[in-house]
Design a protein around this ligand. Structure first.
Ligand code: ASP
Length: 377
């Protein structure tokens, strides 16, 4: 009797195990690791099956893809370690507003974005946007040089579909990381009809800025991106509100095209300060610079010594553009500077003047023509 009861108990337990095993969903049976991988594939292979816009996220690294052991430190972390799929998985809400998929272009801190990477990224953005299946692009990027990449795309990609560059100031592992909401907003803007034809946009901290006008102004604060002189072009407060127009040429109206670019000329930036010397220019010319941007004091001013060096460089066929170290305002064309072909950057800061000068030099070395570019773009 005892043996019979024991056998019945074993039979009952076995039936129970079989039954509960069958009733589990396939996902529930997977280990957490396998589950993550299943989600990864589905987010990466999202294809258009609804009315939502299709947005491609091209990841390049930066703090938004940064990680740290400590949740409280926002400065001691490694940038560019988290992959694009993890960035997408961290914001599943994006799937309610767009068909999102990702591609890793590079995974570096943005100080290591070089001309080769710019060209690679620009070509990929252009190729994707030429497909009718892609409605907009989001580029995730380190904030340090974000404005340079954004301005490069603004000048070279021939499409009126939205291109949005986004980053974050806090690593993905920090308390109150700003990356997820910035990324969500960037996807929202990239999928918006009203964002079309506005050139490359920069989205951080609930603000939408034009790549032409925005700059990083603070080393660590989350509200670092400012368009002080020209203003933001929009705000995100759940909905998107645009309130400024872009007056400078960009994307489809630009004379520069990523498809015809395979190499960019060397353009260096020199910084003006008390007691600077002409030898700075000589060194840049000797190192192969085809163009030099000078971050002058005030209205793009040069000391007598620096001006001597600049004029020497111009005589050797190097184009020199005066920008300003002040961070704001227009550098005007005037006096001896014009006579000596020392060009003016207009309202471009030194790092963006470098981008435009590289592109200008792929077309011409005529100083008048290059000055026109600075007045138009
Ligand atoms: N601190 C930078 C950032 O905010 C690092 C980088 O530019 O890659 O993303």
């Amino acid at each position: 009797m005892k043996t019979q009861r024991f056998l019945l108990l074993i039979l009952f337990t076995a039936l129970l195990l079989v039954f509960t095993g069958c009733s589990q969903s396939p996902e529930a049976k997977e280990s957490p690791k396998e589950k993550t991988q299943t989600q990864k594939v589905s987010s990466a292979s999202a294809s258009k099956k609804n009315d939502l816009p299709t947005i491609k996220i091209l990841a390049t690294g930066g703090t938004i893809a940064g990680a740290n052991k400590s949740k409280t430190s926002t400065t001691e972390y490694k940038a560019g370690v988290v992959g694009v799929e993890s960035l997408i998985e961290a914001v599943p809400e994006m799937k309610d507003i767009a068909n999102v998929s990702g591609e890793q272009v590079v995974n570096v801190g943005s100080t290591n974005i070089d001309n080769k990477t710019l060209l690679k990224l620009g070509k990929r953005v252009s190729k994707l946007l030429s497909s009718k299946d892609v409605d907009g692009i989001v580029v995730t990027h380190g904030t340090d040089t974000l404005e340079e990449t954004a301005y490069f795309l603004n000048l070279t990609v021939k499409s009126d579909k939205p291109i949005v560059v986004v980053g974050s100031m806090r690593p993905s592992t920090a308390i109150s990381a700003d990356g997820p909401s910035n990324l969500y907003n960037a996807v929202k803007v990239a999928g918006a009809q009203e964002a079309k034809g506005k050139g490359t946009l920069v989205v951080l901290n609930d603000r939408i800025a034009s790549a032409r006008y925005v700059t990083k102004t603070n080393t660590t604060a989350t509200d670092t991106f400012k368009s002080e002189e020209m203003g933001y072009i929009g705000t995100i407060a759940d909905d998107i509100y645009f309130h400024n127009e872009i007056t400078r040429k960009h994307t489809k109206d630009s004379e520069f095209s990523i498809s015809s670019l395979d190499k960019l000329p060397q353009v260096d930036i020199l910084y003006g300060y008390q007691n600077d010397g002409s030898y700075l220019f000589d060194a840049a010319v000797k190192a192969g610079a085809k163009g030099i941007v000078f971050a002058g004091s005030g209205n793009g001013s040069l000391s007598d010594a620096a001006e001597k060096g600049a004029v020497r460089a111009v005589k050797k066929g190097v184009t020199v553009v005066r920008s300003t170290r002040t961070g704001n305002g227009v550098v005007t064309s005037n006096g001896d500077y014009v006579k000596n072909d020392l060009l003016a950057s207009n309202s471009l800061n030194p790092q963006k003047a470098r981008i435009l000068l590289m592109l200008a030099l792929t077309k011409t070395d005529d100083p008048r023509k290059i000055q026109d570019y600075f007045n138009e773009y």
